[in-house]
Design a protein around this ligand. Sequence first.
Ligand SMILES: [Zn+2]
Length: 237
Amino acid sequence: MGKVRRLLWGLLAVAVVAAGTAFLHKPVTTAPQPAPATPTPIPGPLTGVTVCVDPGHGGYDGGAYGASGRAEKEINLAVARQLADALEERGARVILTRDTDTALADEGPERKRRDLQARVDAAAEADIFLSIHMNEYRTAAESGPQVFYRQGQADSRLLAGFLQQSMNAALSPARPRSAHTGEYYLLEHLQIPAVLVECGFLSNPAEEQKLLDADYQRRVAESIAEGVAEFAGMKSE
Ligand SMILES: [Zn+2]
């Protein structure tokens, strides 16, 4: 739950108590207004947009490991949670494919494929899909974020371009990368604008340290949310 949403719940609780108190001390002339069942959606550039945020890997599948020994799955989840907050603060409804350290498929044949399919299925009601990952390479020098999309999907390419531009501007990588096509099960099986975001390289010790830092994770999340808002704004014009 986002900070703003928590604040709105708090204000709602105060309002309900105040209304109740006023009601008790007044003669009954009109029926009290019923409290809304859900918090008022926060108006913003992503109002009416549902975003599925997918923290890559989880459970038995740790993903990549950096020099510190921390698993990619952990950092993916930390960034994804911050991203969910950043998107909600811009008015979006957010679906997280996982909010704990778990895989999305039981043991058995084709476990990885079933895990990925569960992530695709979680996006059934979403308008946009973002899979969050950390990169690795065989040499330590590679650094910086890179966004991948499926070849032939014009909207995914557009979304990837906005995200890449926003992340490059906010994170100032040594060698800014461009969004690129990639062949991933997730992207092949989604029809909505969908991208896989590699936030940085765990194989680069300096970048790994940044990616483990909550403030840097917040900057990564904010830059992704900003790119999503720009994409949505352009599509609604
Ligand atoms: Zn990964």
